[in-house]
Design a protein around this ligand. Structure first.
Ligand code: SAM
Length: 214
């Protein structure tokens, strides 16, 4: 590991708002971490955590957990959350495959997925974060009538997700093929991440889908 990455990795682990495989928090997020009963939003593959930070500022009465496997990226978000005095933000460094080991059934109230790797190669399909196995895990930790929000640059990933949710019990709440075309865009959709800014520089339309399991 490069020296700078290693330094961030070690620092990340020492931050009070980060948790890892050694902490078993399933079913205990309200009591052990946030110490309140506010609803919990989880951002899947949060990278630098820009979305959870942005949402936490907008909604101080909600709790936010950023999940990613890369500590050096989440280091930035965890540091920013501390600097901004945001006690409603936490991070866990895990593979998304282990989500169900960290959240109890229906413990989560909302999910965001922003600019996931589209994994375009067919053999990598199972790694797509809206593949059926992941959707099953999201259903377990969310239950019904809770929002899943997806923002992506990728037409392929967007189409794939729509195809995967169509045959299961879901309801689309909002579908935008280019968020910039919507008048009065909601504040939470104006938050941008490193990857969103990157795709915007190339004039790629940003797509948004909100759906629920019913
Ligand atoms: C393209 S980046 C997007 C990061 C962030 N959401 C943004 O918009 O800037 C994709 C992120 O997904 C994470 N990721 C991909 N697959 C993952 C998995 N199975 N478990 C945990 N993290 C994963 C990567 O580590 C990376 O930070």
């Amino acid at each position: 590991m490069a020296k700078n990455k290693l330094k961030k990795f070690n620092q990340y682990e020492s931050f009070p708002n980060t948790f890892d495989a050694r902490n078993l928090l399933k079913g205990k997020w309200h009591t052990e971490v946030f110490k309140n009963t506010n609803p919990i939003t989880v951002e899947i593959a949060c990278g630098r955590g820009e979305y959870v930070i942005g949402l936490a500022k907008l909604y101080p009465e909600r709790n936010f957990v950023g999940v990613d496997v890369k500590a050096a990226r989440m280091w930035e978000g965890a540091k920013l959350a501390m600097e901004n005095n945001l006690p409603n933000v936490a991070f866990i460094r895990i593979q998304i495959d282990f989500l169900k080991e960290y959240f109890a059934p229906r413990e989560v109230d909302e999910i965001w997925i922003t600019f996931p790797d589209p994994q375009p190669q067919k053999p990598r399909e199972k790694q797509r974060l809206t593949s059926p196995r992941f959707l099953g895990d999201y259903f377990e930790i969310l239950g019904v009538n809770k929002n899943i929000n997806l923002k992506t640059d990728s037409d392929m990933f967007f189409k794939y997700t729509l195809e995967k949710i169509e045959p299961i019990n879901t309801q689309i709440k909002e579908l935008l093929f280019n968020i910039d075309e919507k008048e009065d865009l909601q504040e939470e959709l104006k938050i941008t991440t490193y990857y969103e800014r990157k795709w915007r520089e190339s004039n790629i339309p940003i797509k948004y889908l909100q759906f629920q399991f019913i």
